[in-house]
Design a protein around this ligand. Structure first.
Ligand SMILES: Cc1ncc(C[n+]2csc(CCOP(=O)(O)OP(=O)(O)O)c2C)c(N)n1
Ligand SMILES: [Mg+2]
Length: 413
């Protein structure tokens, strides 16, 4: 892997992208790290020192031949795995349809989770129902696991009268109180400290309610990441802190953010057990997250995880990756496609087949289109209706401050 090129001539090595448009992308074929390389430490006793190898290595379960191997094989049934596959398929089909809506002027903006579907889905499935989710814009899939209705998600993306945040958020910046899915913020990284704070409150109240949060490789350069790790290190609350290293922060490659070490290794300096996991391996992700959840229940506090994956799609509907990377780079990613890898594993273990897969794909696509039509009954982007202007002033403060009241009166709403 030639991923340590130098951006400028200095006495130091400053990382840049391994391949640029017009170059041939080549990540060396397969990962050198293999399932079975790393042990699964006892979650109820593990210290940061016990994870030194896990922070620089890569926890995998699925082999290159699509079998499960090693200490990290999770305790999960075939039915649950089929459910996980269905959630991932739903997210991918939903994303594809919504992206088409954006391209035809029916949504103002959109962001896909393409290539990273396993992340939010496997990790949320590994949690308890009363755990709190502090996502970035790349984890809307957690809502499918928690059972959010697609119509309500589309109403939000349109910003119509049934949008549960009344147009106060950009599309895809979901919030869903019933599912303990905390509002996604546009300024990246704020969720990390919030998750640690809520986890501290949960520990203080003696509740077995963990928090999970994610931020990107680029976002880990924000102070928010370090504030959160510092508090997590000091107070040891039940929190799962994920850095999703999907190789890119819009057009900036992750090599520029690390300085050479892995993202996972940074957690060791805060004395937090830290694990690097193949983010396209559903079984490995589920297993590592379950392990972290067991640590939280046992009162051992935080776990820091680097989810190693690849952003296969554009950053957002406003981005054109052909300006900064080869178009087919994602096809060379050694982690492959998370949906296809779980599908092949289920087929190989005799629990799934192509016929069922095609049938399910068609069923989900019909569901998405039916949900879109239903959502438009509450207003479409071109002609509304939209939430009334008065909602700018409501549902934010329990007691409306005088200056907001004054502005509302001035507007006459
Ligand atoms: C505080 C802040 N700075 C900059 C931005 C603009 N911005 C939005 S996403 C993004 C890149 C984030 O990349 P990464 O953290 O790797 O997440 P990914 O998109 O890859 O999931 C940037 C710079 C922002 N939204 N907020
Ligand atoms: Mg990124």
């Amino acid at each position: 892997m030639s991923d340590r090129k130098t951006a400028v001539t200095t006495p130091y090595t400053i990382g840049t992208a391994p391949f640029r448009p017009g170059e041939e992308a080549d990540f060396g074929g397969k990962f050198k790290e293999q399932p079975g390389d790393l042990n699964r430490p006892d979650p109820t006793k593990c210290s940061a020192d016990d994870t030194i190898k896990h922070a620089s290595g890569l926890v995998r379960v699925l082999t290159d031949d699509g079998e499960a191997k090693g200490d990290w094989i999770p305790d999960i049934s075939a039915e649950q795995l089929i459910q996980g596959l269905e959630y991932m398929m739903r997210l991918r089909i939903f994303d594809d349809r919504m992206m088409k809506m954006q391209r035809t002027g029916k949504l103002s903006f959109y962001m896909r989770s393409f290539g990273e579907e396993a992340v939010a889905i496997a990790q949320t499935m590994a949690l308890e129902d009363n755990d709190w989710i502090f996502p970035s814009y790349r984890q809307p899939g957690a809502q499918f696991v928690r059972g959010r209705d697609m119509v309500s998600m589309i109403c939000h993306c349109i910003g119509n009268t049934e949008d549960n945040v009344r147009g106060r958020q950009m599309p895809v910046h979901y919030t869903w109180k019933e599912g303990r899915f905390i509002s996604i913020s546009s300024p990246v990284g704020t969720q990390f400290s919030q998750a640690v704070g809520v986890a501290m409150a949960s520990a203080y109240k003696g509740l077995d309610e963990a928090c999970i949060t994610w931020l990107g490789d680029g976002t880990s350069a924000q102070g928010d990441y370090h504030y959160a790790l510092n508090f997590a290190s000091t107070f040891k609350p039940p929190v799962i802190l994920n850095v999703v290293n999907n190789q890119w922060a819009i057009s900036t490659h992750q090599n520029l953010a690390t300085g050479g070490r892995t993202f996972a290794e940074r957690g060791l300096a805060y004395d937090i057990p830290s694990i690097r996991v193949d983010g396209n391996d559903f079984l490995a992700l589920y297993s590592v997250t379950r392990w972290a959840r067991e640590r939280a229940s046992a009162g051992l506090g935080p776990t820091h995880i680097e989810v190693y994956t690849y952003r296969a799609g554009a950053h957002s509907s406003s981005d054109d990756p052909s300006a900064y990377r080869p178009d087919d780079e994602f096809l060379c990613w050694p982690g492959g496609d998370p949906v296809d890898r779980l599908k092949q594993y289920l087929i190989k273990s005799g629990n799934w087949d192509e016929k069922n897969h095609a049938k399910l794909e068609k069923k989900i696509d019909d569901e998405v289109m039916t949900a879109y039509k239903e959502a438009c009954e509450f207003g479409d982007l071109a002609s509304g209706p939209y939430p009334p202007a008065s909602t700018i002033f409501t549902e934010v403060y329990e007691t409306v401050p005088w200056h907001v009241q004054e502005q509302r009166e001035e507007l006459g709403k």
